[in-house]
Design a protein around this ligand. Sequence first.
Ligand SMILES: NC(=O)c1ccc[n+]([C@@H]2O[C@H](COP(=O)([O-])OP(=O)(O)OC[C@H]3O[C@@H](n4cnc5c(N)ncnc54)[C@H](OP(=O)(O)O)[C@@H]3O)[C@@H](O)[C@H]2O)c1
Length: 497
Amino acid sequence: MIGVPGTADRLFGALRATNISVILISQASSEHSICFAVPARHASRVEQVVRQAFSMELQQGQIQSVDVQGDCSIIAVVGDGMAGLPGVAAKFFGTLGNAGISVRAIAQGSSERNISAVIDKRDVTRALRAAHSGFYLSAKTISLGLIGPGNVGATLLDQIGEQADRLRRDFGLDLRIRAIATSTRMYLAERAIDLSQWRELMKDGLQPLDWAVFARHVKADHLPQAAILDCSASQDVANRYIDWIRSGIHVVTPNKKAHSGSLAAYDELLAECRRYHTHFLYETTVGAALPVIGTLRDLNQTGDEILSIEGILSGTLAYLFNVFDGKQPFSAIVCEAREKGYTEPDPRDDLSGMDFARKLIILGREMGMRLEMKDVRVESLVPPGLDTLTVESFLERLPEFDAAMLARWQAARKDGKVLRYVGRLNRQEGATVRLEALAADHPFAHMNLTDNIVRYESQRYSANPLVVQGPGAGPEVTAAGVFADLLRLASYLGPSR
Ligand SMILES: NC(=O)c1ccc[n+]([C@@H]2O[C@H](COP(=O)([O-])OP(=O)(O)OC[C@H]3O[C@@H](n4cnc5c(N)ncnc54)[C@H](OP(=O)(O)O)[C@@H]3O)[C@@H](O)[C@H]2O)c1
C-alpha cells in the first residue's frame, strides 16, 4: 500500500456502495495499513466487501490481510475547550495507561475537538471512569481490599471511614473498601463497605477466605484502579503480592515479610512492579509512620552517599532498656511490658532481635546493599535453652537470667554508660543488632519510652548527622502511615483536584 495512490479512495468507495457508515478512521503516516471502525452488526458484510474490492492485491500479496477485530468500543473525549490546549491527549492516554487499558486505534481530527480511542469492549466502563476522573468530571475511584483488620487494620478502616467524605469533596478521591479478609474469612461488598458499621457487617456477612475470589473482586473490571492494603504480618500473604502486582493490583503494607525475605524474591517483586507499572508502598515497615524509608530515598535519589545508618528501631526494646535501672529485675520489666501490650504476645519475638534485623535488611536494601538475613549479626536476648518453651514457661524461667543482665547493666554503669539495644548498618561492616553500652550523653540514651530513632550519616550530613525520631509503633500512628502511603499511591495514579 505504501505510496500507492487511491487505496483509501477505493476502500471507502466500496464501503459507500454498501451504505454502511464508517465511524472512525485511522491511518499512520507510514501508510502500512488503514484501520476503520463500523458497527459490529455490519462487520462480516464489510469484510466481504473489502476482500472483494482488493481481491487482486490480496492474491498478489500487495495487501497482506484484511482483519476484523470484534468486541471493541470507542471512547472519545469531546469539547470545544480542547482546541489548542496542549496536554489533553497526554492526559487522556496517560489515564487509560494508568488504568491498565490498551488502546487499539486512535483518531483525532485537526480541529482538536475530539480524540477517539478504540479499546476492548470489556475495558469500557473502567476506561470511562478513568477518563472522567482524569479530567475531573468525577472522583478518582480506587477499589480497595484490606487484609488483617487487627490493631492496625481496624484503625485504618476507621480512619478511612472518617475521612472518606472530605477526600471525595476536597480532592475528588473516592476510596472504596470493597473487601476485608482475615486469616480464614472474608467479606465482599459490590459497591463499597459502609465503614461506619464494618465490624457488624464482618460478624454477619463473612464467607470462607478464597484468595482468588478476593483478588478478582478487588480488581473489578468496572473500576479503573485497585489496591490491596495488607495489614497482616503474614509471610503467606506477602508471597501473594507478586501475583497481585502482575494483575495490576497495587500493594500498600506495614508487613515486613516481603522485602526482608530472600533477596531473590525481593528482586523479582521489584522487577515485576516496574514491568507491570504497579506500585508497592511500605513506608510503615520501619519506624511506623516516621519518614524513615522516605528520608533514605530522598538522600539516595538526590545523589547523597549514605555512609551509615544506626538507630533503635524496636519500640519494645527501647522501652525495656529505658525502664531497666538495676532496681527492678529485667524479667519483671519484660512481664510488665507484656501486660501493658508493649511487647508481642510472645515477648521472644521482640527479644530475639529478628524483627529489628528485618528492619535493618529493608533499610540496607534501600541503600543498595545485597543483604540476606544470614548477613545480619543479631544478638538475641532470649536466653539459651528458653527459645522452645511455651510462653508461660519462658516467663517463669526468665528470672534465672536476671543476674547476668544486671551484671551487664552494672558494668556499663561503672563506666558512666547506659544499655541500649541498637542496630548499625554500613557498607564496610554490614549489619549488626545488639545490646551496647553507650555514653550517658549519647542521643540514644535520652528518648521517650517507646520512641524509635534513626541517625543517617551521609556525605552531606557528615559533621552533623540527620536524625528522625518519634513514636515508632502503635495502631493510630501506623494506620495513619499506611493511609498516607495510600494517598501517595492515589497521587501517583494521576492528578487530584
Ligand atoms: N501494631 C503496631 O504498632 C505496628 C507498627 C508497625 C508495623 N506494624 C505491622 O503491621 C501489621 C499488623 O500489625 P497488628 O499489630 O495490627 O497485628 P494484629 O493485631 O495481630 O492483626 C493481624 C491481622 O492479620 C490477620 N492475619 C494474620 N494472618 C493472616 C493470613 N495468613 N491471612 C490473612 N490475614 C491474616 C489477622 O487475622 P486473624 O484474626 O484471622 O488471625 C489480623 O486481623 C504487622 O505486619 C506489623 O508488623 C504494626
